[in-house]
Design a protein around this ligand. Structure first.
Ligand SMILES: CC(=O)N[C@H]1[C@@H](OP(=O)(O)OP(=O)(O)OC[C@H]2O[C@@H](n3ccc(=O)[nH]c3=O)[C@H](O)[C@@H]2O)O[C@H](CO)[C@@H](O)[C@@H]1O
Ligand SMILES: C=C(OP(=O)(O)O)C(=O)O
Length: 443
């Protein structure tokens, strides 16, 4: 990334302070104990920020996580002409975005290519401006991650959509119209992109086989608070009646269910006990019985839950990742780290992304016994993991390696920390307050 890009997103998000390049030194073996407030969800916050592009009024988002992806998206929106202002006076970050100037600036391709959710600007721009050209989005390298469902939906709504030279060129000079869209798979991003386009399109759009992830529901609720007409929220069939304009709103970002699950795994892996506040276990859906089967105790407590390893120790349990309400793929690597130190065997089947076992060789460096056959990983728990030098290749791989390093005997070095910074709000500092022995070393 060029210095100009770094400067542009830091200007748009001056609260972003984590070092761009650093490594973590983790001394394993400390039991985590204490309280952690769950931050706003990355995967809810980012689509909500894009809503600002759909209105001339102000959209205020509360409970935003202080993460790299929020900083980068703020930079992208600011370059495109959205005014962004922050309020850091509360316990969490709030941001007010004013989209009256949306489209007056330029697309910062280098920043778009650094994250996934930037591609949601496509739907908002088609609806609001009738055109946009965006580089193919980045994000975690966990599979091919095509955008064909997004483009097919836009075409059904009257747009032209071509990929030329790595750039997606979209145009709808005559405006978008409603369409009956059936998604081949309940894609989170495609559902959100088509929803962002449909709220200002002429007539009714139906999205069948829509994703029902809580972050999709959060987007639908925020758009409704801005005046959008959306029926079927929380189900797999959304019916959106386009309106002429949306107005401003103030909206609270959903708590991060993946952070919640990550910290439950961390508590259990370290034989610790964490009180996790601000989030309910309802968000965990299929992860709840998996955690119970693995021997984790989760109790309701004032303002949240308490999670600890049960007296019977950790046991192997089988997991298959699936769209919501199934077990989230974004929790799969962390669960694998946990099961690496459980008693007995476990099998994890990854059905969402074809390249989401990149943490396996790194866990193996720490002594984990894992064998991968196609999209299945068989994990035979070992009595103890040992510290090693490992590299995170994506956000959740980073979280998994952090969990393994905290549970391991000896010291680990974690490279690729910028992946963790993309999606977790000050995770290192918050874990340190609960007894973790971690040091961030700037490179
Ligand atoms: C920013 C954000 O919210 N990211 C989340 C979002 O990613 P993202 O929105 O990219 O994930 P999708 O739900 O779209 O992807 C699910 C599957 O559909 C395929 N697909 C998707 C779109 C498309 O046009 N064509 C296609 O083939 C993908 O390759 C993948 O195999 O949902 C994923 C699945 O819960 C999560 O892991 C990511 O953390
Ligand atoms: C895969 C993830 O993110 P993204 O889609 O932003 O790459 C994730 O949050 O685990």
């Amino acid at each position: 990334m060029s210095r100009a890009n770094v400067v542009s997103f830091r200007r748009a998000a001056p609260w972003w302070t984590a070092a761009a390049a650093s490594r973590l030194e983790i001394e394993g073996g400390a039991r985590l104990a204490g309280e952690i407030a769950i931050a706003g969800a990355k995967n809810a916050a980012l689509p909500l920020m894009v809503c600002a592009a759909l209105t001339d009024d102000r959209l205020t988002l509360c409970n935003l996580p202080r993460i790299l992806d929020v900083a980068i998206l703020a930079g992208i929106l600011a370059e495109l002409g959205v005014e962004v202002a922050w309020d850091e006076s509360g316990p969490a970050l709030s941001g007010t975005m004013a989209g009256a100037g949306f489209g007056s600036g330029r697309v910062d391709g280098a920043l778009v290519a650094r994250m996934r959710a930037s591609f949601l600007i496509a739907g908002a721009a088609l609806a609001r401006l009738g055109r946009i050209a965006l580089p193919l989005p980045g994000g975690d390298a966990i599979g091919l991650r095509p955008v064909d469902f997004h483009l097919a939906g836009f075409r059904q709504m009257g747009a032209t959509a071509e990929i030329t030279g790595g750039e997606v060129v979209l145009s709808a000079p005559g405006g978008l119209h409603g369409a009956a869209i059936v998604l081949p798979f309940p894609s989170v991003g495609a559902t959100q992109n088509l929803m962002l386009a449909a709220v200002l399109a002429k007539g009714e759009t139906s999205i069948t086989n829509a994703a029902c992830e809580p972050e999709v529901t959060d987007l639908a609720r925020c758009l409704s608070a801005m005046g959008a007409r959306i029926a079927g929220i929380g189900t797999d069939t959304l019916r959106i009646t386009g309106v002429d304009r949306l107005h401003g709103a103030t909206y609270d970002v959903l708590p991060d269910r993946i952070e919640l699950g990550t910290l439950i795994c961390a508590a259990a892996a370290t034989r610790g006990e964490l009180r996790l506040t601000g989030a309910s276990t309802d968000l965990l859906s299929a992860a709840l019985p998996v955690f119970a089967g693995a021997g984790i105790e989760i109790e309701s407590a004032a303002g949240g839950i308490v999670a600890r390893r049960g007296a019977g120790g950790l046991q192997g349990v089988d997991i298959m990742t699936q769209p919501f309400p199934g077990f989230a793929t974004d929790l799969q690597p962390q669960a694998m780290a946990l099961l690496s130190c459980a008693e007995g065997a476990a099998m994890i089947t990854e059905t969402l992304f074809e390249n989401r076992f990149r943490h396996v060789p790194e866990l193996q460096r720490m002594g984990a016994n894992i064998r991968v056959v196609r999209n299945h990983a068989v994990i035979r728990g070992v009595p103890a993991l040992r510290g090693a030098e490992v590299t995170a290749t994506d956000i959740r791989a980073g979280a998994a390696l952090l969990i393994a390093a905290l549970a391991a005997q000896g010291t680990s070095t974690l490279h690729g920390v910028e992946h963790v910074d993309r999606g977790y709000d000050n995770l290192v500092e918050r874990l340190r307050r609960c007894g973790a022995r971690i040091r961030r070393v700037d490179l």
